[in-house]
Design a protein around this ligand. Structure first.
Ligand code: PLP
Ligand code: SF4
Length: 344
């Protein structure tokens, strides 16, 4: 028998997330201090100093359940890059603005966005379990839109008067950062609007804190008269650990269709291999890839942009490689367009 050579292959190391009694505790225990983040992940403290400055106004926020999927010591980890404020956020780029997709004009009283026929997007809360650095809602006037005494009342009244609206999309922030009780009350009121047929939930929460998929949540989505559809925001295969896998399984087993959307991000998921393995894994989990978004040009996110032509080429290559149903549509939000514009 040959003696194995003593080559030291460094093993990937990951943190173990604490055991939380419930998802609210996981959310409350999120890491907010860049110094702590760098200490935990064994990263140079110089990164923390930059993060402190770059995160001004939209600070670092990451739950430990997500942190545990980031490789210790790897400053280029694709999950780390999504949550760590970097120098690029301070860069001023004239094409990147605070309201890149002209949403300010479509806000109804009560914080609903009515841009497209047949469906309306309800901004339920400004809260998320994480602060994604590329988020196009980072400058959204949540305070004005959401903190109204009768915040939903106005939106619900408006929706009730508009018979052409068949679908309400709960968005945010993240609607699943609200408690099951609050959600249940909202769903009940939507249920009562007779012309509504579907309820869509746009969320990233099951990826951040998989415990958020409670039995109550599954039940409240299934018990509604409205057909519930969940659209999950996932950008990288490494975001799916066993707990996420099982949270997804609970929703799908209950008969709730899950679609996936992601953002094409430079240095994170802009390679064919990376996208192919993500989409293949998703369909294995019975999640259907729906949209791959070209980055919205929001101030502070220019360093994440991948050129449109490159996105289109990636989609062509994916089409040649995967079953048709495993390839999402590459879309871009264009102010004033009647729908999201499909690029490929
Ligand atoms: C993306 C979006 C929708 C949903 O569009 P679909 O193409 O149906 O997924 C609805 N309203 C707003 C404001 C949106 O940004
Ligand atoms: S979860 Fe969604 S809304 Fe929240 S910060 Fe990330 S991209 Fe923005």
């Amino acid at each position: 028998m040959p003696v194995p050579t003593c080559r030291t292959v460094p093993l990937d190391r990951y943190l173990t997330p604490p055991d939380y009694p419930d998802w609210q505790s996981a959310a409350a225990d999120a890491v907010r201090d860049p110094v702590e983040l760098c200490r935990l992940l064994e990263l140079p403290t110089s990164l923390a100093a930059v993060a402190q400055r770059a995160g001004d106004g939209f600070p670092l926020l990451v739950p430990r359940t997500y942190l545990s999927r980031i490789r210790v010591g790897d400053a280029n980890d694709p999950l780390l890059l999504q949550i760590l404020p970097r120098e690029g956020e301070l860069a001023i780029s004239p094409r990147f603005t605070r309201d890149p997709i002209g949403e300010a004009d479509s806000i109804l009283p009560g914080g609903a966005l009515w841009k497209y026929q047949n469906r309306v997007l309800m901004v339920t809360t400004g809260v998320c379990a994480v602060h994604c650095r590329f988020c196009f809602r980072r400058h959204f006037p949540y305070e004005e839109a959401v903190r109204e005494a009768r915040r939903w009342q106005n939106a619900l009244e408006r929706i009730a008067r508009e018979a052409s609206i068949h679908e309400v999309i709960l968005s945010g922030g993240d609607p699943l950062s609200m408690s099951d009780q609050v959600l249940a009350r909202l769903v009940e009121r939507l249920d009562a609007i007779r012309h509504l047929r579907r309820l869509r939930v746009h969320t990233r929460q099951p990826v951040l804190i998989p415990q958020r998929v409670t039995r109550e949540l599954v039940h409240l989505l299934r018990a509604s008269r409205l057909t519930a559809i969940v659209v999950l925001h996932i950008n990288h295969l490494a975001e799916i650990d066993r707990a996420v896998d099982s949270a997804i399984g609970q929703l799908v087993d209950a008969g709730i269709p899950i679609l996936q959307q992601g953002v094409l991000l430079r240095g994170i998921n802009d390679r064919l291999e990376t996208l192919a393995e993500l989409y293949e894994r998703l369909v294995d989990l019975r999640v259907m890839p729906y949209y791959l978004h070209q980055l919205d040009r929001v101030a502070g996110a220019a360093h994440f942009e991948v050129p449109e032509e490159e996105g289109m080429r990636l989609i062509e290559q994916l089409r040649a490689r995967l079953p048709g149903y495993a390839v999402p549509r590459l879309v871009r939000e264009v102010a004033g367009a009647p729908n999201k514009v499909v690029l490929a």
